[in-house]
Design a protein around this ligand. Structure first.
Ligand SMILES: Cc1cc2nc3c(=O)[nH]c(=O)nc-3n(C[C@H](O)[C@H](O)[C@H](O)COP(=O)(O)OP(=O)(O)OC[C@H]3O[C@@H](n4cnc5c(N)ncnc54)[C@H](O)[C@@H]3O)c2cc1C
Length: 471
């Protein structure tokens, strides 16, 4: 079978060569045609269709070490799959040896020290469920099948970010298999340069096999959910969003969405696919307080649906899952914002009215709070001036409809990017966004990342990511 080297040359990977690797592993190896190969190689975004030469579902550090050693010895390109949710499909590369982490999903919680140790193949839901057994939570994202590794290595934000910062601000150590196939620990005491780089610099420095998170008391019940109105109410609803968000306590996170209504059971059938505006809220403090704070949302006009109620935190963490299924086609554009201006709200409404598919949306995430309090040099995730994130999410089903749906997102972004802080979220970059957008995401951190890369991966073995070349 054909494989690719790190230099992009095509080489023959003989079955007996792959057998040598097989003998060193506990986890299964898949070649094209094997049962399991298709499931591993496919990622969330159906726009991506890449075929690795071979796939290993690793069962522990030892398997990861064997893969990195094998790739090193044969000069073969490596790619790493966490949850496979990256929109640019960075987990899969043609001709590469894919390290699929999906069997490494253990989570160990120390409720006394308020720490969770998670294997890097975990999805967000794995960590949420195990930590909530103890009434604790890590700062993770909004959609439970997202991988913790990609999310954390690129920054990470969710309903708890306003209280405790980027996900990566709340990591205390990682285990990493580096380019020379050794297993090292990265923390502020051990390999501190590597630890700095991993907190926003992505998978540039090795295969992360475990992540240790600080946990906080959350739930088990929060006040959370969503309220929706017909789009004619959008000016009033976005004005409420703007003013409520500005004075919201850190326990409250608000998200505004303008989009065609999904076919959700809590929305009247006749409204499905019709334009709506919705506010998503989560108050992670005392529920009694949360009910008072979200009251103005529930009192606005005549909602067509209202499921903003007390609910378990783990359920809150899955509320959006059905709107983001694996296997659709996706294209996003994103910008950080320092505030929500009325003029931006007008643009959001204008561009949402031009959406070309029932699955697309313009979304405003509120993230300001704790992340703004650390200094820019704390870690490469940076963007310490970001208070909101504008996410123009185009999503559709047919390959033949790529062009108008991508064009819609690009046009909306062109018209709204002037509101940006100048920064963007590295984890939301699509495949056509290159080095200048990586620089916008990582800012001045790029130079230091290149130096760290030169020390830990001088041959640029880990390159199928938002790649920072060694300096
Ligand atoms: C539906 C959806 C919802 C999302 N919601 C949020 C959200 O609420 N908050 C947020 O911050 N982000 C969110 N994201 C963005 C998300 O953080 C990124 O897509 C992230 O890359 C996903 O991580 P993954 O492990 O699933 O990705 P993958 O596609 O598996 O990997 C992404 C990148 O990380 C690398 N990588 C993966 N695992 C490892 C590892 N063990 N060691 C080294 N490198 C590794 C991969 O090689 C690749 O370069 C969302 C994405 C989607 C599609």
């Amino acid at each position: 079978m054909k494989a690719k080297t790190t230099q992009g040359r095509e080489i023959d990977l003989k079955p007996e060569t792959l057998d040598v690797l097989r003998m060193r592993l506990r986890g299964p190896v898949f070649a094209p045609g094997d049962l399991g190969y298709e499931e591993s190689r496919t990622v969330w975004n159906a726009m991506i269709d890449r075929k690795p030469a071979g796939i290993v579902r690793c069962l522990g550090n030892a398997d990861v070490i064997a893969c990195v050693q094998f790739a090193h010895d044969h000069g073969i390109l490596l790619c790493i799959k966490g949850g496979g949710h990256n929109i640019a499909g960075l987990a899969a590369a043609d001709g590469a040896l894919m390290i699929d982490m999906s069997l490494m999903r253990g989570v160990w919680v120390d409720p006394h020290k308020k720490l969770a140790r998670a294997q890097a193949g975990c999805l967000l839901g794995d960590v949420d469920r195990e930590t909530q057994v103890h009434g604790l939570a890590a700062v993770l994202g909004f959609v439970s099948p997202t991988g913790i590794a990609g999310l954390t290595l690129g920054g990470g934000f969710g309903y708890l970010t306003r209280r405790w910062g980027w996900t990566t601000d709340n990591v205390i150590a990682m285990n990493v298999v580096t380019a020379d196939a050794s297993l090292v620990r990265a923390s502020s005491d051990e390999n501190a340069d590597l630890f700095w780089g991993l907190r926003g610099g992505g998978g540039n420095f090795g295969v992360v096999t475990g992540i240790d998170y600080v946990l906080y008391p959350v739930g088990p019940e929060v006040v959370g959910g969503i309220v929706a109105w017909p789009t004619s109410e959008a000016p009033r609803v976005l004005e409420l969003y703007r003013t409520l968000a500005e004075k919201a306590p850190p326990e409250l996170t608000l998200v505004a969405l303008v989009r065609p209504a999904p076919p959700a059971p809590w929305l009247p059938k006749e409204m499905h696919a019709k334009p709506i505006v919705a506010l998503l809220a989560c108050y992670s403090g005392r529920p009694e307080e949360g009910e008072k704070i979200v009251a103005p949302i529930k009192a606005l006009g005549k909602p067509i649906g209202d499921v903003l109620v007390r609910r378990p935190y783990v359920q809150m963490q899955t509320l959006l899952d059905a709107t983001q299924p694996k296997g659709r086609r996706y294209y996003w554009k994103s910008e950080y914002l320092s505030s929500i201006e009325p003029a931006l709200c007008e643009k959001v409404i204008e561009h949402a009215a031009r959406i070309r598919s029932p699955f697309s949306a313009v979304i405003l995430f509120q993230i300001g709070g704790a992340l703004n309090r650390l200094n820019a040099e704390h870690s490469p995730v940076g963007n310490r001036d970001a208070r909101y994130l504008l996410n123009i999410t185009s999503s559709w089903e047919q390959a033949g409809a790529d062009e108008p749906n991508i064009a819609w997102a690009r046009e909306a972004w062109e018209d709204m990017k002037s509101f940006s802080t100048g920064g963007t979220y590295i984890n939301f970059l699509t495949g056509d966004e290159g080095p200048e957008r990586i620089a916008a995401a990582l800012g001045k951190g790029v130079r230091r990342l290149a130096e760290i890369k030169a020390k830990w991966d001088p041959q640029n073995m880990f390159r199928t990511n938002r790649n920072i070349k060694p300096s």
